[in-house]
Write a protein that binds this ligand. Structure first.
Ligand code: FES
Length: 120
């Protein structure tokens, strides 16, 4: 899990609207390198660094797959798999993951910058 010492709960949107897409990009007010990917799979939301730790592929354009009994995102560039819950990968790569909560049908991600579904 990421360092959350300066993180706050950031409102993303309504759960029923966000659940329509399996993968989407969250734009950070801190710049592109701090963007996140938001995933929805089997009724749960997950947030992870947007850019693949292999060579920078966009994980928000990936596919959700069950792999070894756990939910993973498959990077669209070279097919590496990352566990949605802890960001780990079979080859030792790792993505930062961030807490997500749903409160009164609203989705929040705990993160250090504001997040938006659309680019600024
Ligand atoms: S950039 Fe993601 S697997 Fe290579």
């Amino acid at each position: 899990m990421a360092d959350t010492s300066d993180a706050e709960w950031r409102y993303i949107g309504k759960a029923d609207e966000l659940a329509v897409k399996k993968c989407q990009r969250l734009h950070s007010a801190g710049g592109k390198q701090m963007d996140l990917a938001l995933f929805h799979h089997q009724g749960r939301f997950y947030a992870m660094e947007a850019w693949c730790s292999h060579l920078g592929g966009p994980l928000f354009s990936g596919e959700i797959e069950d792999y070894k009994g756990r939910c993973h995102v498959m990077c669209p560039w070279h097919g590496y798999m990352f566990d949605l819950q802890n960001g780990t990968n079979d080859l030792g790569l790792r993505q930062e993951v961030h807490e997500v909560k749903v409160d009164s049908e609203k989705v929040y991600v705990r993160y250090k910058t504001e997040l938006s579904l659309t680019a600024a």
